[in-house]
Write a protein that binds this ligand. Sequence first.
Ligand code: NAD
Length: 497
Amino acid sequence: VPFDGHALSPQTARFLAQPHPLLIDGRWVEGAGEMTSHDPATGLPLTRFHIGGAAEVDRAVAAARAAFNGPWGRMPATDRAALLFKLARAMAADARLLTELDIVDNGMPAFIAELTTANTVEMLDYYAGAVLRIEGTTTSPPRHIAAQAEALTYTLREPVGVIGQIVPWNVPLSTAILKLAPALAAGCTVVIKPSEETPLSVLALGQMVLDAGLPPGVVNIVNGLGADAGAALANHPGVDKISFTGSTATGRRIVAASLGNLKKISLELGGKSPVVVMPDADLALAIPGVAMATFFLQGQNCMAGTRIFAHAAIHDELVAGVSAFADVMVLGHGLDAASQQGPMISAQHHAKVRGYIDGAQAEGAVLAAGGSSPDRPGHFIRPTVFTGCHRDMAIMRDEIFGPVMAVQRFESSDLDTIAALANDTPFGLSGSVWTRDLSTAHRLVKRIRAGQVSINCHGAVGTNIPFGGYGQSGWGREFGQEGLDAYLETKAVTARL
Ligand code: NAD
Protein backbone atom coordinates (compact mmCIF):
# COMPACT_ATOMS: atom_id res chain seq x y z
CA VAL A 1 0.00 0.00 0.00
CA PRO A 2 1.53 3.34 -0.95
CA PHE A 3 2.47 5.48 2.07
CA ASP A 4 1.72 2.57 4.42
CA GLY A 5 -1.95 3.41 4.17
CA HIS A 6 -1.49 7.02 5.29
CA ALA A 7 -3.30 9.73 3.39
CA LEU A 8 -1.63 12.56 1.51
CA SER A 9 -3.29 15.94 1.09
CA PRO A 10 -5.03 16.33 -2.31
CA GLN A 11 -2.46 19.01 -3.23
CA THR A 12 0.46 16.65 -2.64
CA ALA A 13 -1.33 13.82 -4.45
CA ARG A 14 -1.85 16.14 -7.44
CA PHE A 15 1.81 17.16 -7.35
CA LEU A 16 2.92 13.53 -7.47
CA ALA A 17 0.52 12.70 -10.30
CA GLN A 18 2.54 14.66 -12.85
CA PRO A 19 6.17 14.57 -14.03
CA HIS A 20 8.34 17.56 -13.13
CA PRO A 21 10.46 19.43 -15.67
CA LEU A 22 13.41 21.74 -15.01
CA LEU A 23 12.97 25.42 -14.15
CA ILE A 24 15.08 27.58 -16.47
CA ASP A 25 14.57 31.28 -17.15
CA GLY A 26 11.14 31.36 -15.53
CA ARG A 27 9.74 28.43 -17.53
CA TRP A 28 9.29 24.73 -16.88
CA VAL A 29 11.30 23.01 -19.62
CA GLU A 30 12.09 19.45 -20.65
CA GLY A 31 15.39 17.96 -19.52
CA ALA A 32 17.77 15.59 -21.27
CA GLY A 33 16.19 12.60 -19.53
CA GLU A 34 14.01 11.49 -16.64
CA MET A 35 14.44 9.79 -13.29
CA THR A 36 11.98 8.33 -10.81
CA SER A 37 11.79 9.44 -7.22
CA HIS A 38 11.04 6.75 -4.61
CA ASP A 39 9.55 6.68 -1.13
CA PRO A 40 12.35 5.15 0.98
CA ALA A 41 9.83 3.97 3.59
CA THR A 42 8.08 1.71 1.07
CA GLY A 43 10.50 1.48 -1.84
CA LEU A 44 7.60 2.46 -4.14
CA PRO A 45 7.90 5.04 -6.93
CA LEU A 46 6.53 8.54 -6.24
CA THR A 47 6.81 10.52 -9.45
CA ARG A 48 9.12 11.19 -12.38
CA PHE A 49 11.31 14.24 -12.76
CA HIS A 50 13.42 15.61 -15.57
CA ILE A 51 17.19 15.72 -15.31
CA GLY A 52 19.69 17.89 -17.11
CA GLY A 53 23.35 17.83 -18.01
CA ALA A 54 25.91 20.32 -19.28
CA ALA A 55 23.57 21.84 -21.91
CA GLU A 56 20.77 22.56 -19.42
CA VAL A 57 23.24 23.92 -16.86
CA ASP A 58 24.61 26.21 -19.59
CA ARG A 59 21.15 27.61 -20.33
CA ALA A 60 20.37 28.03 -16.65
CA VAL A 61 23.64 29.88 -15.99
CA ALA A 62 22.97 32.17 -18.98
CA ALA A 63 19.46 32.91 -17.63
CA ALA A 64 20.85 33.59 -14.16
CA ARG A 65 23.45 35.96 -15.65
CA ALA A 66 20.82 37.83 -17.65
CA ALA A 67 18.63 38.23 -14.55
CA PHE A 68 21.63 39.38 -12.53
CA ASN A 69 22.60 41.99 -15.12
CA GLY A 70 18.95 42.87 -15.69
CA PRO A 71 15.80 42.98 -13.57
CA TRP A 72 17.13 41.49 -10.34
CA GLY A 73 20.32 43.52 -10.37
CA ARG A 74 18.45 46.76 -11.11
CA MET A 75 15.58 46.14 -8.69
CA PRO A 76 15.41 48.50 -5.69
CA ALA A 77 16.33 46.66 -2.48
CA THR A 78 12.92 47.38 -0.94
CA ASP A 79 11.21 45.60 -3.85
CA ARG A 80 13.58 42.66 -3.59
CA ALA A 81 12.80 42.36 0.11
CA ALA A 82 9.05 42.57 -0.59
CA LEU A 83 9.25 39.71 -3.12
CA LEU A 84 11.14 37.53 -0.63
CA PHE A 85 8.54 38.24 2.09
CA LYS A 86 5.87 37.30 -0.47
CA LEU A 87 7.66 34.04 -1.21
CA ALA A 88 7.84 33.30 2.52
CA ARG A 89 4.05 33.77 2.80
CA ALA A 90 3.52 31.45 -0.19
CA MET A 91 5.66 28.81 1.50
CA ALA A 92 3.77 29.20 4.76
CA ALA A 93 0.45 28.87 2.91
CA ASP A 94 1.62 25.67 1.19
CA ALA A 95 3.55 24.33 4.17
CA ARG A 96 1.64 21.04 4.12
CA LEU A 97 2.69 20.35 0.51
CA LEU A 98 6.35 21.11 1.25
CA THR A 99 6.27 19.06 4.45
CA GLU A 100 4.62 16.03 2.86
CA LEU A 101 7.00 16.10 -0.09
CA ASP A 102 10.03 15.99 2.21
CA ILE A 103 8.39 13.15 4.19
CA VAL A 104 7.69 10.93 1.19
CA ASP A 105 10.83 11.82 -0.76
CA ASN A 106 13.30 11.63 2.13
CA GLY A 107 11.53 9.39 4.66
CA MET A 108 11.88 11.77 7.61
CA PRO A 109 9.24 11.60 10.36
CA ALA A 110 6.49 14.24 10.26
CA PHE A 111 7.68 16.01 13.39
CA ILE A 112 11.04 16.75 11.73
CA ALA A 113 9.54 17.75 8.37
CA GLU A 114 7.09 20.10 10.10
CA LEU A 115 9.95 21.65 12.05
CA THR A 116 12.19 22.11 9.01
CA THR A 117 9.40 23.59 6.86
CA ALA A 118 8.59 26.10 9.62
CA ASN A 119 12.29 26.89 9.92
CA THR A 120 12.61 27.53 6.18
CA VAL A 121 9.79 30.09 6.30
CA GLU A 122 11.48 31.75 9.28
CA MET A 123 14.78 31.72 7.40
CA LEU A 124 13.31 33.43 4.34
CA ASP A 125 11.63 36.07 6.52
CA TYR A 126 14.90 36.62 8.37
CA TYR A 127 16.92 37.21 5.19
CA ALA A 128 14.14 39.25 3.57
CA GLY A 129 14.32 41.47 6.65
CA ALA A 130 18.10 41.66 6.29
CA VAL A 131 17.97 43.11 2.76
CA LEU A 132 17.59 46.68 4.02
CA ARG A 133 20.36 46.17 6.55
CA ILE A 134 23.03 45.37 3.95
CA GLU A 135 25.35 48.25 4.78
CA GLY A 136 28.83 49.46 3.95
CA THR A 137 31.02 51.70 6.07
CA THR A 138 32.85 54.98 5.76
CA THR A 139 36.50 55.22 6.67
CA SER A 140 39.51 57.52 6.32
CA PRO A 141 40.88 58.02 2.81
CA PRO A 142 44.49 56.95 2.13
CA ARG A 143 47.22 59.42 3.14
CA HIS A 144 48.63 59.97 -0.38
CA ILE A 145 45.24 61.23 -1.54
CA ALA A 146 44.09 62.97 1.65
CA ALA A 147 47.39 64.87 1.80
CA GLN A 148 46.58 66.57 -1.51
CA ALA A 149 42.83 67.03 -1.52
CA GLU A 150 39.62 66.52 0.35
CA ALA A 151 38.57 62.93 -0.12
CA LEU A 152 36.00 60.38 0.93
CA THR A 153 36.33 56.61 1.33
CA TYR A 154 33.42 54.27 1.78
CA THR A 155 32.54 50.63 1.10
CA LEU A 156 29.70 49.10 -0.88
CA ARG A 157 28.38 45.59 -0.26
CA GLU A 158 27.57 44.06 -3.63
CA PRO A 159 26.21 40.66 -4.63
CA VAL A 160 28.77 38.01 -5.59
CA GLY A 161 26.88 37.29 -8.82
CA VAL A 162 25.64 34.01 -10.28
CA ILE A 163 25.65 31.29 -7.64
CA GLY A 164 25.62 27.52 -8.18
CA GLN A 165 24.03 25.77 -5.23
CA ILE A 166 24.45 22.02 -4.83
CA VAL A 167 22.52 20.41 -1.99
CA PRO A 168 22.17 16.97 -0.41
CA TRP A 169 19.18 14.75 0.34
CA ASN A 170 19.12 14.60 4.12
CA VAL A 171 17.06 17.78 4.76
CA PRO A 172 16.11 18.72 1.20
CA LEU A 173 14.07 21.91 1.59
CA SER A 174 16.05 23.22 4.50
CA THR A 175 19.50 22.86 2.93
CA ALA A 176 18.15 24.55 -0.21
CA ILE A 177 16.49 27.52 1.53
CA LEU A 178 19.43 28.24 3.73
CA LYS A 179 21.38 28.85 0.54
CA LEU A 180 18.64 30.44 -1.56
CA ALA A 181 17.36 32.90 1.03
CA PRO A 182 20.65 34.71 1.77
CA ALA A 183 21.78 34.55 -1.87
CA LEU A 184 18.58 36.20 -3.11
CA ALA A 185 18.61 38.69 -0.24
CA ALA A 186 22.15 39.70 -1.25
CA GLY A 187 20.96 40.26 -4.82
CA CYS A 188 22.54 37.17 -6.37
CA THR A 189 20.85 34.88 -8.87
CA VAL A 190 20.92 31.13 -8.52
CA VAL A 191 21.14 27.82 -10.32
CA ILE A 192 20.27 25.15 -7.79
CA LYS A 193 20.87 21.44 -8.17
CA PRO A 194 18.94 19.41 -5.64
CA SER A 195 20.01 15.88 -4.81
CA GLU A 196 18.83 13.30 -7.31
CA GLU A 197 17.48 11.37 -4.30
CA THR A 198 15.14 14.17 -3.15
CA PRO A 199 14.19 16.66 -5.88
CA LEU A 200 10.54 17.21 -4.98
CA SER A 201 10.21 19.94 -2.35
CA VAL A 202 12.56 22.27 -4.24
CA LEU A 203 10.49 21.73 -7.39
CA ALA A 204 7.36 22.73 -5.47
CA LEU A 205 9.25 25.76 -4.21
CA GLY A 206 10.09 26.63 -7.84
CA GLN A 207 6.41 27.13 -8.66
CA MET A 208 6.06 29.37 -5.59
CA VAL A 209 9.03 31.43 -6.82
CA LEU A 210 7.22 31.97 -10.13
CA ASP A 211 3.87 32.68 -8.47
CA ALA A 212 5.46 35.20 -6.10
CA GLY A 213 6.68 37.13 -9.13
CA LEU A 214 10.45 36.85 -8.94
CA PRO A 215 11.79 37.74 -12.39
CA PRO A 216 12.67 34.89 -14.79
CA GLY A 217 16.18 33.51 -14.30
CA VAL A 218 16.57 34.60 -10.67
CA VAL A 219 16.03 31.02 -9.48
CA ASN A 220 16.74 28.14 -11.85
CA ILE A 221 16.38 24.48 -10.85
CA VAL A 222 18.39 21.88 -12.74
CA ASN A 223 17.92 18.41 -11.34
CA GLY A 224 20.36 15.72 -12.33
CA LEU A 225 23.13 13.40 -11.29
CA GLY A 226 26.04 14.75 -9.30
CA ALA A 227 28.63 13.61 -11.81
CA ASP A 228 26.61 15.18 -14.63
CA ALA A 229 24.56 18.30 -13.77
CA GLY A 230 26.44 18.81 -10.48
CA ALA A 231 29.88 18.61 -12.07
CA ALA A 232 28.79 20.83 -14.99
CA LEU A 233 27.68 23.50 -12.52
CA ALA A 234 30.81 23.20 -10.38
CA ASN A 235 33.02 23.50 -13.49
CA HIS A 236 31.04 26.25 -15.23
CA PRO A 237 33.15 29.34 -16.06
CA GLY A 238 30.04 31.57 -15.85
CA VAL A 239 29.40 30.74 -12.19
CA ASP A 240 30.90 33.16 -9.66
CA LYS A 241 30.50 30.98 -6.61
CA ILE A 242 29.50 27.47 -5.64
CA SER A 243 27.80 26.91 -2.33
CA PHE A 244 27.91 23.20 -1.63
CA THR A 245 26.47 21.03 1.10
CA GLY A 246 27.26 17.35 0.98
CA SER A 247 29.96 14.82 1.70
CA THR A 248 33.59 15.69 2.26
CA ALA A 249 34.56 13.48 -0.70
CA THR A 250 32.35 15.49 -3.09
CA GLY A 251 33.56 18.72 -1.44
CA ARG A 252 37.07 17.88 -2.64
CA ARG A 253 35.75 17.49 -6.21
CA ILE A 254 34.01 20.87 -5.95
CA VAL A 255 37.29 22.48 -4.93
CA ALA A 256 39.12 20.84 -7.83
CA ALA A 257 36.39 21.95 -10.25
CA SER A 258 36.68 25.56 -9.07
CA LEU A 259 40.25 25.92 -10.27
CA GLY A 260 39.35 26.83 -13.86
CA ASN A 261 37.85 30.25 -13.12
CA LEU A 262 38.84 30.34 -9.43
CA LYS A 263 35.21 30.63 -8.46
CA LYS A 264 34.55 31.21 -4.80
CA ILE A 265 33.38 28.30 -2.69
CA SER A 266 31.47 27.66 0.50
CA LEU A 267 31.47 24.09 1.78
CA GLU A 268 29.22 22.49 4.40
CA LEU A 269 30.55 18.95 4.67
CA GLY A 270 30.41 15.87 6.82
CA GLY A 271 30.97 15.34 10.51
CA LYS A 272 31.78 12.79 13.19
CA SER A 273 30.84 14.86 16.17
CA PRO A 274 31.86 14.11 19.76
CA VAL A 275 29.50 13.98 22.73
CA VAL A 276 31.29 14.15 26.08
CA VAL A 277 29.36 12.98 29.14
CA MET A 278 31.07 13.97 32.38
CA PRO A 279 30.65 12.12 35.69
CA ASP A 280 28.36 14.81 37.13
CA ALA A 281 26.02 14.94 34.09
CA ASP A 282 22.29 15.05 34.75
CA LEU A 283 21.48 11.68 33.23
CA ALA A 284 17.74 12.34 33.13
CA LEU A 285 18.63 15.05 30.60
CA ALA A 286 21.64 13.37 29.02
CA ILE A 287 20.09 9.97 28.21
CA PRO A 288 17.40 11.23 25.81
CA GLY A 289 19.67 14.08 24.69
CA VAL A 290 22.58 11.82 23.78
CA ALA A 291 20.29 9.27 22.15
CA MET A 292 18.73 11.93 19.91
CA ALA A 293 22.15 13.44 19.19
CA THR A 294 22.77 10.21 17.27
CA PHE A 295 19.31 9.08 16.20
CA PHE A 296 17.64 12.36 15.16
CA LEU A 297 16.80 12.18 11.44
CA GLN A 298 17.71 8.46 11.61
CA GLY A 299 21.34 9.54 11.97
CA GLN A 300 21.35 11.01 8.45
CA ASN A 301 22.34 14.28 10.02
CA CYS A 302 25.59 16.16 9.47
CA MET A 303 25.56 17.31 13.10
CA ALA A 304 24.95 13.83 14.48
CA GLY A 305 26.85 13.18 17.70
CA THR A 306 28.06 9.67 17.00
CA ARG A 307 31.24 9.37 19.09
CA ILE A 308 30.06 9.25 22.71
CA PHE A 309 32.77 9.65 25.34
CA ALA A 310 31.28 8.47 28.60
CA HIS A 311 33.11 8.86 31.91
CA ALA A 312 33.53 5.54 33.72
CA ALA A 313 31.41 6.78 36.65
CA ILE A 314 28.27 7.10 34.52
CA HIS A 315 29.17 4.85 31.56
CA ASP A 316 27.03 1.84 32.44
CA GLU A 317 23.98 3.88 33.44
CA LEU A 318 24.26 6.00 30.28
CA VAL A 319 24.61 2.96 28.02
CA ALA A 320 21.64 1.24 29.70
CA GLY A 321 19.61 4.43 29.29
CA VAL A 322 20.39 5.14 25.64
CA SER A 323 19.93 1.46 24.78
CA ALA A 324 16.50 1.40 26.43
CA PHE A 325 15.67 4.63 24.55
CA ALA A 326 16.79 3.03 21.28
CA ASP A 327 14.82 -0.15 21.92
CA VAL A 328 11.48 1.66 22.18
CA MET A 329 11.93 4.14 19.33
CA VAL A 330 9.04 3.82 16.89
CA LEU A 331 10.19 3.15 13.33
CA GLY A 332 7.67 3.88 10.64
CA HIS A 333 6.43 5.88 7.71
CA GLY A 334 6.91 9.60 8.22
CA LEU A 335 3.23 10.26 7.54
CA ASP A 336 2.40 8.21 10.65
CA ALA A 337 2.37 10.77 13.48
CA ALA A 338 3.68 8.12 15.89
CA SER A 339 6.82 7.54 13.85
CA GLN A 340 10.05 8.66 15.53
CA GLN A 341 12.55 7.27 13.04
CA GLY A 342 12.36 6.83 9.30
CA PRO A 343 14.32 4.70 6.82
CA MET A 344 17.72 5.13 5.23
CA ILE A 345 17.46 7.12 2.02
CA SER A 346 18.13 4.20 -0.34
CA ALA A 347 18.88 0.49 -0.54
CA GLN A 348 22.48 1.36 -1.33
CA HIS A 349 22.84 3.56 1.75
CA HIS A 350 21.08 0.92 3.86
CA ALA A 351 23.70 -1.59 2.73
CA LYS A 352 26.51 0.83 3.59
CA VAL A 353 25.19 1.41 7.12
CA ARG A 354 24.65 -2.32 7.61
CA GLY A 355 28.25 -2.86 6.52
CA TYR A 356 29.44 -0.59 9.33
CA ILE A 357 27.29 -2.48 11.86
CA ASP A 358 28.67 -5.83 10.76
CA GLY A 359 32.20 -4.44 10.60
CA ALA A 360 31.97 -3.03 14.14
CA GLN A 361 31.11 -6.44 15.52
CA ALA A 362 34.00 -7.96 13.59
CA GLU A 363 36.29 -5.30 15.09
CA GLY A 364 35.22 -6.22 18.62
CA ALA A 365 32.65 -3.54 19.49
CA VAL A 366 29.88 -4.82 21.76
CA LEU A 367 26.30 -4.47 20.53
CA ALA A 368 24.11 -2.96 23.27
CA ALA A 369 20.99 -2.16 21.20
CA GLY A 370 19.55 -2.51 17.71
CA GLY A 371 21.84 -3.80 15.00
CA SER A 372 19.07 -5.27 12.87
CA SER A 373 16.43 -4.21 10.36
CA PRO A 374 12.72 -4.60 11.08
CA ASP A 375 10.74 -7.05 9.00
CA ARG A 376 8.90 -4.54 6.82
CA PRO A 377 9.37 -2.85 3.44
CA GLY A 378 11.62 0.19 3.18
CA HIS A 379 15.24 0.73 4.12
CA PHE A 380 14.90 0.76 7.92
CA ILE A 381 17.64 0.08 10.45
CA ARG A 382 16.95 -0.07 14.18
CA PRO A 383 18.73 2.53 16.32
CA THR A 384 21.98 0.86 17.24
CA VAL A 385 24.36 1.31 20.17
CA PHE A 386 27.90 -0.08 20.38
CA THR A 387 30.10 -0.01 23.48
CA GLY A 388 33.75 -0.87 23.95
CA CYS A 389 34.68 1.39 21.05
CA HIS A 390 38.13 2.85 20.44
CA ARG A 391 39.75 5.23 17.99
CA ASP A 392 40.92 2.61 15.49
CA MET A 393 37.44 1.24 14.75
CA ALA A 394 35.77 2.35 11.52
CA ILE A 395 32.59 3.31 13.44
CA MET A 396 34.68 5.80 15.44
CA ARG A 397 36.41 7.28 12.42
CA ASP A 398 33.98 7.38 9.47
CA GLU A 399 30.80 9.36 9.02
CA ILE A 400 28.27 6.51 8.80
CA PHE A 401 25.20 8.73 8.28
CA GLY A 402 22.93 6.23 9.95
CA PRO A 403 21.52 5.48 13.43
CA VAL A 404 24.73 4.04 14.83
CA MET A 405 26.16 5.22 18.17
CA ALA A 406 29.72 4.34 19.23
CA VAL A 407 30.44 4.68 22.95
CA GLN A 408 33.96 4.90 24.35
CA ARG A 409 34.59 4.82 28.12
CA PHE A 410 37.13 7.23 29.62
CA GLU A 411 38.59 7.56 33.11
CA SER A 412 40.50 10.85 33.03
CA SER A 413 39.32 14.07 34.65
CA ASP A 414 41.96 16.14 32.82
CA LEU A 415 40.19 18.41 30.35
CA ASP A 416 43.08 18.45 27.86
CA THR A 417 43.05 14.65 27.76
CA ILE A 418 39.27 14.57 27.30
CA ALA A 419 39.42 17.24 24.58
CA ALA A 420 42.12 15.24 22.79
CA LEU A 421 39.67 12.30 22.57
CA ALA A 422 36.93 14.59 21.24
CA ASN A 423 39.26 16.23 18.71
CA ASP A 424 40.67 12.95 17.37
CA THR A 425 38.92 13.35 13.99
CA PRO A 426 39.56 15.28 10.79
CA PHE A 427 36.02 16.68 11.06
CA GLY A 428 34.86 19.59 13.23
CA LEU A 429 31.21 20.36 12.66
CA SER A 430 29.41 19.93 15.97
CA GLY A 431 29.78 18.55 19.47
CA SER A 432 28.31 18.64 22.94
CA VAL A 433 29.33 18.52 26.57
CA TRP A 434 27.07 17.18 29.30
CA THR A 435 27.85 18.29 32.86
CA ARG A 436 26.25 20.17 35.76
CA ASP A 437 29.50 22.14 36.27
CA LEU A 438 29.40 25.24 34.07
CA SER A 439 33.08 25.97 34.62
CA THR A 440 34.02 22.52 33.31
CA ALA A 441 31.53 22.96 30.47
CA HIS A 442 32.94 26.24 29.20
CA ARG A 443 36.57 25.16 29.63
CA LEU A 444 35.86 22.01 27.63
CA VAL A 445 33.93 23.92 24.97
CA LYS A 446 36.98 26.16 24.44
CA ARG A 447 39.13 23.08 23.85
CA ILE A 448 36.84 21.36 21.32
CA ARG A 449 37.66 22.16 17.69
CA ALA A 450 34.24 22.45 16.04
CA GLY A 451 31.98 25.12 14.57
CA GLN A 452 29.13 24.41 16.97
CA VAL A 453 29.48 23.09 20.52
CA SER A 454 26.48 22.81 22.83
CA ILE A 455 26.21 22.39 26.59
CA ASN A 456 23.57 19.97 27.92
CA CYS A 457 21.94 19.86 24.48
CA HIS A 458 23.14 18.92 20.98
CA GLY A 459 22.83 20.31 17.46
CA ALA A 460 21.42 23.69 18.48
CA VAL A 461 20.92 25.24 15.04
CA GLY A 462 18.89 28.41 14.57
CA THR A 463 18.21 30.90 11.81
CA ASN A 464 20.35 33.58 13.46
CA ILE A 465 23.15 31.30 14.70
CA PRO A 466 26.22 30.83 12.48
CA PHE A 467 26.83 27.22 11.46
CA GLY A 468 29.75 25.59 9.69
CA GLY A 469 32.77 23.42 10.07
CA TYR A 470 36.32 23.45 11.37
CA GLY A 471 38.79 21.11 9.68
CA GLN A 472 37.42 18.90 6.94
CA SER A 473 33.81 19.76 7.82
CA GLY A 474 33.88 22.76 5.52
CA TRP A 475 34.72 26.33 4.60
CA GLY A 476 32.63 29.28 5.71
CA ARG A 477 29.41 29.67 7.65
CA GLU A 478 25.70 29.55 6.87
CA PHE A 479 22.81 30.99 8.92
CA GLY A 480 22.78 34.43 10.51
CA GLN A 481 24.75 37.43 9.30
CA GLU A 482 27.68 35.28 8.19
CA GLY A 483 25.30 33.35 5.95
CA LEU A 484 24.47 36.62 4.18
CA ASP A 485 28.09 37.80 4.06
CA ALA A 486 28.89 34.64 2.08
CA TYR A 487 26.98 36.15 -0.87
CA LEU A 488 28.38 39.68 -0.64
CA GLU A 489 31.53 41.25 -2.01
CA THR A 490 32.99 44.43 -0.50
CA LYS A 491 33.94 47.25 -2.84
CA ALA A 492 36.12 50.06 -1.44
CA VAL A 493 35.46 53.45 -3.08
CA THR A 494 37.71 56.48 -2.68
CA ALA A 495 36.63 59.81 -4.16
CA ARG A 496 38.99 62.76 -4.53
CA LEU A 497 36.58 65.66 -4.08
P1 NAD B 1 26.93 13.95 -1.72
O1 NAD B 1 28.23 14.65 -1.56
O2 NAD B 1 26.93 12.59 -2.25
O3 NAD B 1 25.95 14.78 -2.65
C1 NAD B 1 25.62 16.12 -2.37
C2 NAD B 1 25.23 16.81 -3.66
O4 NAD B 1 26.38 16.86 -4.51
C3 NAD B 1 24.15 16.09 -4.45
O5 NAD B 1 23.29 17.05 -5.04
C4 NAD B 1 24.94 15.37 -5.52
O6 NAD B 1 24.21 15.12 -6.69
C5 NAD B 1 26.05 16.36 -5.78
N1 NAD B 1 27.27 15.79 -6.37
C6 NAD B 1 27.74 14.53 -6.27
N2 NAD B 1 28.89 14.40 -6.97
C7 NAD B 1 29.16 15.61 -7.50
C8 NAD B 1 30.21 16.12 -8.33
N3 NAD B 1 31.22 15.36 -8.73
N4 NAD B 1 30.17 17.42 -8.68
C9 NAD B 1 29.17 18.22 -8.26
N5 NAD B 1 28.13 17.79 -7.51
C10 NAD B 1 28.13 16.50 -7.12
O7 NAD B 1 26.24 14.03 -0.28
P2 NAD B 1 24.84 13.39 0.12
O8 NAD B 1 25.04 11.92 0.28
O9 NAD B 1 23.78 13.90 -0.77
O10 NAD B 1 24.63 14.07 1.55
C11 NAD B 1 25.17 13.57 2.71
C12 NAD B 1 26.40 14.36 3.11
O11 NAD B 1 26.06 15.74 3.26
C13 NAD B 1 26.95 13.94 4.45
O12 NAD B 1 28.34 13.85 4.37
C14 NAD B 1 26.53 15.07 5.37
O13 NAD B 1 27.33 15.21 6.52
C15 NAD B 1 26.60 16.23 4.48
N6 NAD B 1 25.80 17.34 4.99
C16 NAD B 1 26.45 18.40 5.55
C17 NAD B 1 25.71 19.45 6.08
C18 NAD B 1 26.39 20.64 6.69
O14 NAD B 1 25.73 21.65 6.88
N7 NAD B 1 27.66 20.57 7.00
C19 NAD B 1 24.32 19.42 6.03
C20 NAD B 1 23.70 18.32 5.46
C21 NAD B 1 24.46 17.28 4.93
